[in-house]
Write a protein that binds this ligand. Structure first.
Ligand code: SF4
Ligand SMILES: [Zn+2]
Length: 278
C-alpha cells in the first residue's frame, strides 16, 4: 500500500491510496471519524444570581437561551488539542478527578449588551490553549444580562459524541481509470467541453487525461463520444481519500493517529490469531 499526498494543509487532507481495497479505505474512514481523540468542552458551570461590575451595576445571570443550549454550543467550539500532552480523563493518573494532564479549564465573563464569541473563553493557565477560531458566535446578551461561566474541556472520541470528532467530511471514492482509443477519436473536443471537472484537454492534436484525480466518474465524456472511444471506470485498488478538521487538530496529525490506531488493532488481531494457531 502506498499513500500519495495531493493536498495537506492544517485543516484539509487529500491523498491517494494505491494497492489497496475499499475495505481498508472504509476502516481508515471509520477510525478517523470515530476513534481519533480530540479535546472538547464537556462540563460547564454557570454562575447563578446577580453579578456586579466594577461600577456597582448589577446584571442578571441569564441569557436569551437555555443554559443547556449555551453549554451545547460551547461543546462544539474547536479546542486546541495537543495529543502528546493529554491523557483520556478516565485513564489519567488523577483517577478521573481532572488535572492539568487531562483537562483544560476556561472561564468566560461577559456583560450585555454584547455578543459572546468563542474567543471570549479564557484559558485558565497556559495561553496556548486560547481558542484559535475566535469569532464563533455563542449567544447575544441583552442589557443587564451577563454570563459568568467555568468550562472544562477533556479528550473524547467521535464514538462518544460528534463534538469530539477529529475529522469532518471524511470520504473516499475510486480513482478514475480513463482510457482513450486514439485511433477512433475524431478530435472534435466535445468530451473536453462537456467534462465538468477539467479532466481532459486537447494537446498536440491529441485528447489527453490531464487531471485524473479530479474525475468524478460522471460518464458525460463517454456519452458525448462514439461508443468505445472513451472508457471510464472506477479503480477499486486506487482510492482518493479526503477529510477536513475544525482546527482543533492538524489534518496530518489526524491521519497519522488514525493509521497508528489501525496498525495497533491489526497487530492485536494478528496476535490473537497466532495464539489460536499455537
Ligand atoms: S467521467 Fe465526467 S469527470 Fe470524468 S473525465 Fe469524463 S466527463 Fe470528466
Ligand atoms: Zn488527570
Amino acid at each position: 500500500m502506498k499513500i500519495d499526498i495531493l493536498e495537506m494543509t492544517p485543516t484539509r487532507a487529500k491523498f491517494v491510496i494505491s494497492d489497496t481495497n475499499p475495505a481498508f479505505a472504509n476502516a481508515l474512514r471509520r477510525t478517523i471519524v470515530a476513534d481519533v481523540p480530540k479535546m472538547a468542552i464537556d462540563n460547564v458551570e454557570f454562575h447563578l444570581g446577580p453579578i456586579m461590575d466594577e461600577k456597582n451595576q448589577t446584571f442578571e445571570s441569564v441569557s436569551p437561551m437555555f443554559d443547556e443550549t449555551v453549554a451545547h454550543r460551547l461543546g462544539l467550539i474547536p479546542i486546541p488539542t495537543d495529543l502528546s500532552a493529554f491523557n483520556l480523563r478516565a485513564k489519567c493518573t488523577c483517577g478521573g478527578e481532572g488535572c492539568p494532564s487531562c483537562t483544560i479549564m476556561y472561564s468566560l465573563n461577559k456583560k450585555g449588551p454584547c455578543t459572546v464569541y468563542s474567543g471570549d473563553l479564557e484559558p485558565i493557565g497556559d495561553a496556548k490553549f486560547r481558542i484559535k477560531d475566535d469569532l464563533i458566535p455563542v449567544v447575544k446578551l441583552a442589557e443587564d444580562q451577563a454570563l459568568l461561566i467555568y468550562a472544562t474541556a477533556e479528550l473524547g472520541t467521535g464514538k462518544q459524541h460528534a463534538k469530539w470528532q477529529g475529522a469532518l467530511g471524511t470520504g473516499y471514492r475510486y480513482f478514475a481509470k480513463i482510457e482513450i482509443e486514439h485511433s477512433k477519436c475524431d478530435l472534435g473536443g466535445s468530451c473536453v467541453k462537456v467534462c465538468p471537472k477539467g479532466v481532459l484537454a486537447k494537446e498536440d492534436r491529441k485528447i489527453v487525461v490531464k487531471h485524473p484525480e479530479r474525475c468524478n466518474l460522471c460518464n458525460s465524456c463517454v456519452e458525448v463520444c462514439d461508443a468505445g472511444v472513451i472508457r471510464v471506470a472506477g479503480d477499486p485498488t486506487k482510492i482518493l481519500f479526503k477529510f477536513e478538521t475544525d482546527g482543533a487538530l492538524q489534518a496530518k496529525e489526524v491521519l497519522v493517529r488514525g493509521l497508528k490506531i489501525l496498525e495497533e488493532r491489526f497487530e492485536n488481531l494478528r496476535e490473537q490469531i497466532s495464539s489460536l494457531e499455537e
